[in-house]
Design a protein around this ligand. Sequence first.
Ligand SMILES: [Zn+2]
Ligand SMILES: [Zn+2]
Length: 226
Amino acid sequence: MTAPRHVSQILPGVVEQIAAPGSGRKLKARNCKACGETFDPSNGDQVVCGSVACALQYARHKRWSDEAQAYRAKQAAKNTASRSTGPGHQASQAVNAFVLARDHDKPCIVHGASCPNREFDAGHFQGADEAPELRYNTWNIHKQCRKSNRGAHHRKKFRSTTPAKFEAGLVARIGQDRVDWLKGPHGAKDYSEAELRRMASIFRRREALYRRLRESRSNQIGLLEG
Ligand SMILES: [Zn+2]
Ligand SMILES: [Zn+2]
């Protein structure tokens, strides 16, 4: 690589900042973003003192930080995409379906038998955002009416009361010790894709088992009553 002969070969934006003629109005002195020395800017956008070395250093730094920002944005987009399609999502769906089968005959964890709502979700005590390591933990997930589950994330009315009621219902169901454990702290958990696939298949089997048990039970009841 040959060294730039003129500052205009470095970065167009920086050149304008350095080489633009003064507006006539004297600007307040500022510190160079590269060397930190004080200089008198010739226009409002000038961020480096005017030395080629500083312009180069700043241009390189700017390219790095732009690249880093682009990389972070790309990773975030990838995470969002895999959250709704990838093996993590499949495992989550399988666990949630299992929980709804397990809790089929139990009432809403938040309101108990008096719950006025008839549509249910698999609700997380510790949300996936606060405690991603509990996303597939079956102590953490229980049948919960859709209204309080979905409202809890968005509406103040639900946010203020639902967590406390969920916790009370949870203590009654799994005991204070397990609830204390769920409240953490726990280490972060990174499952491999293979582990997530295995988990999905195990929970699908467990869900099917619960469904068959329930069916055979209701058949027996049908025979007894019929
Ligand atoms: Zn400088
Ligand atoms: Zn409810």
